[in-house]
Design a protein around this ligand. Structure first.
Ligand SMILES: Cc1cc2nc3c(=O)[nH]c(=O)nc-3n(C[C@H](O)[C@H](O)[C@H](O)COP(=O)(O)OP(=O)(O)OC[C@H]3O[C@@H](n4cnc5c(N)ncnc54)[C@H](O)[C@@H]3O)c2cc1C
Length: 284
């Protein structure tokens, strides 16, 4: 690794670092490559920072962010086969892990194929698809707390629920996965990708599903039932393909997306009496 332990960029645009391509500048943007540098930074910033993973579940305001933004760099991007488990750095892209799994006939991750996220973000958010969540594959997680202390937490001591985990108060540094052997991974991944391409909207930038699915119904079904597919606010649009996706047709802003989110909440509440809860994380 040739990178510096820490790199600071002033007034760094976050737009290209979010999958929906929306976001203003971070006054202080840090790329951190060592645990030691991260510890010092976390102590210095106290609680005033955000952690950026793959940016695939984020809605970032258009104005400048005063909180520091920390991105784990290549020092946290690694996949190592240990005796029993696979050790994966938090900055590793899911795509890279899936490639590794394919080469080594390791299964379990096929349902998540196609998600443009980092391992740290996936684990902190307990990403799931097709009724399987990533927590089921985890053995141990290494985290840093707000005081810069590093510790390992066993799977059984972490609380995981739908799109949530007790890890969100920490910075995830490393994850040990227990992936089962699977010789049919390629077929499973192809099926998953086919399903995603048929049901989700990949034609324009988005941050995936905006809302969590309430009990009994999918948020997409509820929004669609209110005839909101295709609704536009400037360059933000409720996807015609998947009503729980908001896409950026070009120059959508935070407030354009915010406006569509409010409208969807309002209409669904009026028609069904259900309050939609946001899945997307806002930095505002
Ligand atoms: C096309 C598309 C399809 C998607 N499909 C799915 C799906 O099927 N299932 C699903 O669950 N999600 C899906 N998502 C949403 C998203 O990919 C997940 O929520 C993912 O977990 C976000 O990971 P990330 O690395 O991009 O995190 P980011 O978007 O960068 O951050 C999300 C949250 O995680 C925190 N975070 C990031 N890294 C760390 C870390 N190292 N330690 C602690 N906290 C961290 C951030 O601070 C933030 O609060 C999809 C998104 C897109 C764009």
């Amino acid at each position: 690794m040739n990178s510096k332990a820490i790199e600071l960029k002033h007034n760094h645009s976050l737009k290209s670092l979010t999958t929906i391509k929306i976001g203003g500048e971070a006054r202080n943007f840090f790329i951190v490559n060592t645990v030691d540098a991260l510890r010092k930074l976390v102590i210095k910033l106290k609680d005033s920072y955000y952690i950026l993973g793959g940016g695939s579940n984020l809605l970032v305001k258009d104005n400048r962010l005063d909180n520091g933004v920390i991105k784990l760099g290549e020092g946290f991007d690694c996949i190592l086969q240990k005796v029993k488990y696979l050790e994966v750095g938090a900055a590793t892209k899911l795509n890279s892990l899936i490639k590794y799994a394919l080469q080594n006939n390791l299964g379990g991750l096929d349902n998540l194929a196609g998600i443009p996220a980092s391992i740290g973000g996936l684990v902190a958010m307990n990403a799931s698809a097709f009724n399987r969540d990533i927590s089921q594959l985890i053995k141990n997680v290494e985290v840093m707390d707000k005081n810069g202390e590093v510790k390992q937490i066993k799977r059984e001591d972490i609380i995981f629920s739908y799109r949530r985990s007790s890890l969100s108060n920490y910075i995830v540094l490393k994850v040990w996965f227990d992936l089962p052997k699977d010789n049919n991974l390629k077929i499973k991944i192809n099926n998953c990708m086919k399903h995603r391409l048929n049901t989700q909207d990949f034609s324009y930038p988005s941050c995936g599903c905006i809302f969590k699915n309430p009990e009994k119904f999918s948020a997409g079904f509820l929004i669609d039932s209110c005839n909101l597919k295709g609704l536009r606010q400037n360059d933000a649009q409720i996807s015609l393909r998947h009503a729980n996706f908001i896409i950026n047709l070009g120059k959508a802003s935070y407030s354009d997306v915010d406006c569509l989110i409010d409208r969807a909440k309002e209409e669904v509440h009026k028609k069904f009496g259900i309050i939609l809860e946001e899945e997307v994380k806002r930095w505002s």
